[in-house]
Design a protein around this ligand. Structure first.
Ligand SMILES: Cc1cc2nc3c(=O)[nH]c(=O)nc-3n(C[C@H](O)[C@H](O)[C@H](O)COP(=O)(O)O)c2cc1C
Length: 244
């Protein structure tokens, strides 16, 4: 599968229903994990995952991704400042996201889906509607990567266009799938975007790069109730028109 040029293509005749089952199993088996064990993930494994992920297609093979991997003291110092900022309304007010990940005006069906995942997650954690402080505390767990040993940050050159963001999504999904195939869990995190200035300072991100999102990576803590969350999907027939 691998030589010094990175992951290698498999011969076409290697494909079979079993391979489809394995690939589908990885895609369906991936989910966002919000509670990790301290078990480390080696640098070599992280790089292997990123090498596989970089096989993602991109318009004219531009490969617009840049990744910063944080572990240990670097991660700890960053998490500390981000958590303190997020939980302090005065400090928090100094920060704003650079791009709109979500719509400014929420309408159905998106608002309903958004509410549902929030309701289900907080429900599992026993956080009732209106328990603002507990909700904020839970949300702030984003900033310690839900205790994952590895944090990833993804940046893009500001000169790149919308299409490159499309490419980026494919790369991010590949990172999560390649990790999942190795028994390693992830949680993609837009929560970091608001604090891009703090992150840029800690990680020395040059001005021409923009933070796309962060990601927690590690081994799931199966004891954590939040990891029993299962999210729903619309079946394809509900979002597809088949025209003949
Ligand atoms: C780009 C991106 C950013 C996300 N940001 C966050 C985040 O900041 N915090 C979080 O807990 N989940 C985050 N999520 C996870 C979504 O809530 C999750 O993907 C969705 O509810 C579907 O659940 P699943 O990933 O378990 O299938 C993000 C997902 C994506 C794709």
């Amino acid at each position: 599968m691998e030589n010094e040029n990175g992951p290698q293509e498999q011969p076409r005749d290697n494909f079979s229903p079993q391979i489809a089952r394995v690939v589908d199993g990885v895609i369906i088996g991936r989910r966002s994990v919000r509670g990790f064990l301290p078990t480390p993930v080696s640098k070599q494994t992280v790089l292997e995952i990123l090498d596989v992920a970089a096989r993602a297609p991109s318009g004219t093979n531009t490969q617009p991704w840049n990744v910063i991997v944080v572990t240990g003291k670097k991660k700890f110092a960053l998490s500390k400042e981000l958590t303190e900022t997020a939980l302090d309304p005065v400090l928090d007010a100094e920060h704003a996201q650079e791009y709109c990940y979500y719509p400014e005006r929420w309408v159905p069906p998106y608002i309903d889906r958004r509410r549902r995942v929030g309701y289900d997650l907080y429900g599992l954690l026993g956080i009732a509607k209106g328990e603002r402080e507990r909700m904020e505390q839970q949300f702030a767990r984003n900033y310690s990567f839900f205790d994952a040993p590895v944090g990833l940050f993804f940046t893009i050159d500001r000169i790149m266009g919308q299409g490159s963001w499309l490419d980026y999504g494919m790369f991010l999904q590949n990172v999560m799938l390649a990790a999942c195939a190795r028994g390693i869990d992830t949680c993609p995190q837009a929560a970091f975007c608001k604090y891009h200035r703090i992150i840029a300072r800690h990680l020395e991100i040059p001005n021409q790069q923009m933070l796309v999102c962060g990601m927690a990576m590690g081994y799931r803590d199966s004891e954590k109730i939040e990891n029993t969350l299962r999210t729903e999907r619309e079946p394809a027939k509900n979002f597809t028109r088949l025209l003949e």
